[in-house]
Design a protein around this ligand. Structure first.
Ligand SMILES: NC(=O)c1ccc[n+]([C@@H]2O[C@H](COP(=O)([O-])OP(=O)(O)OC[C@H]3O[C@@H](n4cnc5c(N)ncnc54)[C@H](OP(=O)(O)O)[C@@H]3O)[C@@H](O)[C@H]2O)c1
Length: 324
């Protein structure tokens, strides 16, 4: 079986904890050729941990002709620069969310990938967890009846003050970080034909949005209520309120590979609790990515990326902005 030769740009925490171990576990499909950092010590640490080559400076990794694909776990504000360079160097790109700082930037990168016939994928790994298959089956079987409302929340307590998520230039803010998941879930379940009907963003002293809310409406008139933040009690869920009940996924976006998750289905006088076995959404995502690279379905994710970026931009542009 052909192995895809992949490189990593940046020694990010998410790369170390979850993504590189997932890629390494698929060693019949991927070979990690190297890991690049801005600093030698970090590059060497990561490279020795994952037994690969270290590169100082992202350009030096991109110069390697034998690397076919790169994983980019950099802050969103750096994506346009490094995705453009990676595509110009002829590499497929899998990039962390959020893909772009705004719709215009997303469009530029997609156009370049299209012209180069190279794959671009935004890492929304949660879609690859089996708990959502259960939800889709309930929807397809009409167990919910008519859906009246979709709601999703993703937020967590304050981060270290030096975290890039508080830096506007690096693409910080809760909308592009946690809010992006809630938008992505709504687009997945309620359809891509959606408009933003209202939004509110609350800005802290570092001039980035630290929490917010948005309301979307789909082509059938069904509303999604989305809430997100960096200054919140931890929540990571979505739910449907329908004519037959309320279906809740309490740990929607971040289940750990060894974690059993639960789904709750509340009906009149009855609560059904469904246990879902642990699943590794990162491994599942890279399996999917592999299939698309080897079968050259390079444009598979373009439309999803553009719709997601458009909604995020519209939420920001139209938001009532409140300074805290
Ligand atoms: N899919 C998921 O489940 C998931 C979960 C968490 C985060 N994420 C996403 O993954 C990305 C990384 O998040 P993280 O929490 O892992 O971040 P992190 O540990 O802070 O890593 C960011 C990396 O970016 C590089 N970088 C380059 N220029 C930088 C700058 N000026 N300031 C800060 N870092 C810079 C650094 O690598 P070097 O120093 O080695 O060059 C750093 O290690 C973000 O886009 C985030 O939204 C995704």
């Amino acid at each position: 079986m052909k192995k895809v030769r992949i490189g990593v740009l940046g020694c990010a925490s998410i790369a170390k904890r979850l993504v590189i171990p997932a890629i390494c576990s698929l060693n019949d499909k991927f070979k990690i050729v190297g890991i690049a950092s801005r600093t030698k010590d970090k590059a060497d640490d990561f490279a020795s941990l994952f037994q690969t080559e270290s590169f100082v400076g992202y350009d030096n990794l991109l110069d390697r002709a034998d690397i076919e694909a790169v994983y980019v776990p950099l802050p969103t504000g750096l994506h346009e620069e490094w995705i453009t360079k990676a595509l110009e160097a002829g590499k497929h790109v899998i990039v962390e969310k959020s893909f772009a700082i705004d719709f215009e930037s997303a469009n530029k990168m997609i156009e370049l990938a299209r012209s180069k016939k190279l794959l671009l994928m935004e890492n929304f790994m949660f879609r690859h967890h089996s708990q959502h298959k259960y939800i889709w089956q309930k929807i397809i079987n009409n167990d919910l009846g008519q859906i009246r409302l979709f709601r999703s929340q993703f937020g967590f307590p304050p981060l270290d003050e030096n975290n890039f998520r508080y830096d506007k230039i690096l693409g910080g803010g809760s909308l592009l970080d946690a809010g992006a998941y809630t938008v992505n879930a709504s687009l997945w379940f309620m359809g891509k034909e959606q408009e933003v009907s209202s939004s509110v963003l609350y800005f802290g002293d570092k001039n980035v949005d630290v929490y917010g809310n948005a309301s979307l409406i789909n082509s059938k008139g069904i509303v999604s209520q989305l809430s997100f933040g960096f200054d919140n009690f931890y929540q990571c869920n979505y739910e449907f309120w329908s004519s037959k009940g309320r279906l809740i996924v309490p740990k929607a976006f971040t289940p750990k590979p060894n974690e059993t998750t639960n789904i709750l289905f509340e009906k009149q006088d009855e609560i059904e609790k469904i246990e879902i076995s642990p699943d590794n959404q990162f491994v599942n995502l890279f399996n999917d990515l592999y299939k698309n690279i080897v079968s050259n379905k390079y444009d598979k994710y373009f439309d999803d990326i553009l719709v997601q970026s458009r909604i995020l931009s519209d939420i920001r542009i139209n938001a009532i902005k409140i300074q805290l």
